[in-house]
Design a protein around this ligand. Structure first.
Ligand SMILES: Nc1ncnc2c1ncn2[C@@H]1O[C@H](COP(=O)(O)OP(=O)(O)OP(=O)(O)O)[C@@H](O)[C@H]1O
Ligand SMILES: [Mg+2]
Length: 157
């Protein structure tokens, strides 16, 4: 019997791009452990906008992800990965650990992000984001180029 190598999946995209929706599907289908900073922030009583708490949780989850990959489990990380540097770090480290690594970039136009978030804002318990926040955040998002996408393993069939 051939053993599959563990796989790290990075889910990249702005709020409303569908990261959590996709990550939950992959969690079931791969299967994989899904690590989500937003959920951990909520569980531990921090605001989604607490950047210091987010940085700490992202560090902890990355340590946990490396342990899981070392133990042979696949992992889905839905951090958003706005910056090329973060994606490079994760790709190189996953390879060092002998894992495959995939980048799922959810490219969604701003108007569609705003439409989806307006719908989600109406769901009970959702953290309300505004159309203006989304517009501002778009300016800070470093979209992956095709050259970068080619550095990752192809998606699993
Ligand atoms: N492919 C899709 N087509 C249309 N709507 C979608 C799609 N994927 C997700 N949605 C809807 O868009 C909204 C946002 O999706 P989701 O919560 O998965 O995004 P997200 O990227 O995780 O956002 P955030 O960064 O704020 O957590 C949800 O209401 C979801 O049902
Ligand atoms: Mg999400």
């Amino acid at each position: 019997m051939s053993e599959r190598r563990p796989r790290l999946v990075l889910i990249c995209g702005l709020p409303g791009a569908g990261k959590t929706t996709l990550a939950k599907r992959l969690e079931r289908e791969m299967p994989a452990a899904r690590l989500c900073p937003d959920e951990r922030l909520a569980e531990t009583g921090f605001s989604r906008f607490d950047e210091a708490a987010r940085a700490r949780i992202e560090r902890d989850q990355w340590v946990h992800a490396q342990d899981l990959l070392t133990a042979g489990s696949s992992v889905v990380l839905e951090n958003g990965f706005w910056e090329r540097g973060e994606r490079d770090e994760k790709r190189l480290r996953a390879r060092e650990l002998g894992a495959e690594v995939e980048l799922r970039y959810l490219a969604v136009p701003l108007a569609e992000l705003q439409r989806r978030i307006a719908v989600r804002n109406r769901e009970p318990g959702s953290v309300v984001l505004t159309a203006e926040m989304l517009r501002e955040w778009q300016g800070g998002f470093e979209a992956p180029t095709q050259d970068e996408l080619d550095l990752f393993d192809p998606p699993m069939p």
